[in-house]
Design a protein around this ligand. Structure first.
Ligand SMILES: C[S@@+](CC[C@H](N)C(=O)[O-])C[C@H]1O[C@@H](n2cnc3c(N)ncnc32)[C@H](O)[C@@H]1O
Length: 278
């Protein structure tokens, strides 16, 4: 990929993130519903996913956490408020970094959270074995080489340090019309999703061991994708004005999100991994 291609890719991530923000709010990730909380707001449901991930990260006060693809920083703030850790947050998108820095300042958390511009494909600036934990919430679908990014994160973790990441997955192989739909969906959302069964190999190739692998698609997709489709439809004018998304594309994106979310072949993985102690 040339430097120009990469710049274009970054611009596309920024646009997708700006779109997500209009549609989903401050957390740029799916919501989590248990069932009884059926009519809860997207903001509460997305915070609930963050809380699930905080419980999996299992950190204690004073520990250092690397946030890979931090978005606009709401998950990092929630992590610090609940676990009193220190977070080094980074993201490839300049808009996201600016917004995350502003959020940290507004919250008065400059001593606990630093935010930098950076690429998950190159974490050389972070000293090796220096983090107690890391998380990558929905950022790995977008990196050009997931195995490489996972190795970079693994190097930054101390022995025994945990990584929690989330990613949409394919549960079974698809062919024909469904395959064509998924390939087109990946192009539209500048992402690609691995097979759920490939995750243990991917984690182990990065030098990490699997602690837990959950598939929670039915807890996240139905209501998130309904909200995404509604957001595209109701915010079409705003998306054209503020993000430059042509209105003729919004209906297509709404329909794609609904179809993706209702497919029995797709799922949502929460992976918990650990750098081996010896
Ligand atoms: C779906 S958003 C999730 C943001 C945040 N983790 C959250 O849960 O709110 C994915 C984020 O990953 C970032 N991202 C994509 N590729 C990246 C890369 N190579 N390095 C770092 N961040 C990246 C995007 O800019 C975007 O902010």
């Amino acid at each position: 990929m040339t430097a120009q291609d990469y710049d274009a890719l970054i611009k596309q991530y920024e646009q997708l993130t700006d779109i997500s923000q209009v549609i989903l709010g401050d957390n740029l990730h799916v919501g989590y519903w248990e069932g009884a909380d059926g009519d809860d707001s997207m903001q509460n449901a997305t915070d609930r996913l963050t809380d699930l991930l905080i419980s999996k990260l299992d950190v204690t006060p004073g520990q250092r956490v690397l946030d890979v693809g931090c978005g606009t920083g709401r998950p990092a703030v929630r992590l610090v408020r609940t676990r009193q850790v220190r977070v080094e947050a980074m993201d490839l998108g300049k808009h996201q970094v600016e917004q995350a820095i502003a959020r940290v300042r507004e919250e008065g958390l400059e001593d606990s959270i630093t935010v930098r511009h950076g690429d998950a494909m190159d974490l050389e600036d972070y000293p090796g074995a220096s983090f107690d934990a890391a998380w990558a919430i929905e950022s790995l679908p977008h990196v050009p080489d997931r195995a490489h990014a996972l190795r970079e994160i693994a190097k930054a973790l101390r022995p025994g340090g945990r990584l929690v990441f989330t990613i949409c997955v394919e549960l079974v192989p698809t062919t024909g019309d469904k395959r064509a739909f998924l390939d087109n969906y990946y192009r539209t959302f500048n992402a690609s999703y691995p097979a759920f069964d490939s995750l243990p190999g991917l984690i182990e190739q990065a030098g990490l061991e699997v602690v837990e692998l959950l598939e929670i698609g039915r807890h996240v997709f139905d209501k998130t994708m309904a909200a995404v489709a509604k957001g595209f439809r109701e915010s079409a004018d705003e998306l054209e004005r503020s993000v430059g998304l042509p209105t003729e594309r919004t209906e297509l994106m709404a329909e794609s999100a609904l179809r993706f979310g209702s497919m029995a072949e797709t799922g949502y993985a929460v992976a918990v991994a650990r750098r081996p102690v010896a």
